[in-house]
Design a binder for this molecule. Structure first.
Ligand SMILES: [Zn+2]
Length: 213
């Protein structure tokens, strides 16, 4: 299934989850955003070059890269206004720049690995979020997994839910957990073999039982 279809389903179930948490516009908006993004997360295990079935993965990677780049920039500006100029600012600026240059040469999967490492690093630098640190580790792990393995399973969903729960506590955003689980689960259900367009199914119970559903 294409990334755009996953997003559409994720936005829908996310909005429903947001409404469930609290029936107002803000919660529905947050829910649909979180649901839409979460519905793309399982396909972080996709090599954009090897598959033609998922078209969005390259865009996701680029989007993540820009997000990390922006994060570095914010961290540098924050550092500058708090502590003034220091050699560390040049160093981090250089790392950020190197990140963009290197991304033009390496494979998409290693680019994703690097992105995950940078997200983890941001989690440490910003000193505020175990959730961001865990999210980075998810990206690193996903970048080494074969397509439709652990990210497309109940253990993958459980790990993602654990991250969401942490982020919900870090950021105090109600509905993050429920909308995220709904979006992620909707992706796995939409990838199942019971839908005629899916040649491969989902190994819900990997690694214990590798049957594709
Ligand atoms: Zn998938």
């Amino acid at each position: 299934m294409k990334g755009s279809s996953h997003t559409m389903i994720g936005v829908t179930v996310g909005a429903m989850a947001g409404f469930q948490v609290q029936p107002d516009l803000l919660n529905i908006a947050v829910g649909s955003f979180v649901g839409g993004v979460s519905a793309l997360v399982p396909d972080l295990d996709t090599n954009g070059l090897a598959t033609n079935r998922i078209t969005l993965s390259k865009k996701i990677t680029q989007w993540l890269m820009q997000l990390v780049g922006a994060g570095i920039l914010v961290a540098i500006v924050y550092q500058f206004f708090n502590a003034g100029f220091s050699p560390a600012i040049l160093l981090y600026g250089g790392i950020g720049l190197l990140f963009f240059i290197v991304s033009r040469f390496i494979t998409q999967r290693r680019m994703l690995t690097l992105t995950g490492v940078m997200v983890m690093w941001l989690g440490i630098v910003m000193q505020q979020s175990i959730g961001i640190l865990l999210m980075g580790s998810y990206i690193v792990i996903a970048s080494f997994l074969p397509h439709r393995s652990y990210t497309h399973s109940l253990p993958g969903l459980a790990f993602y839910a654990f991250i969401l729960n942490q982020l919900q506590q870090d950021w105090q955003v109600d509905g993050l957990l429920l909308a995220g689980i709904a979006g992620y689960a909707s992706h796995l259900i939409a990838d199942m073999k019971l839908l005629p367009m899916n040649r491969r199914g989902v190994k819900w119970f990997a690694p214990i039982w590798n049957k594709e559903w």
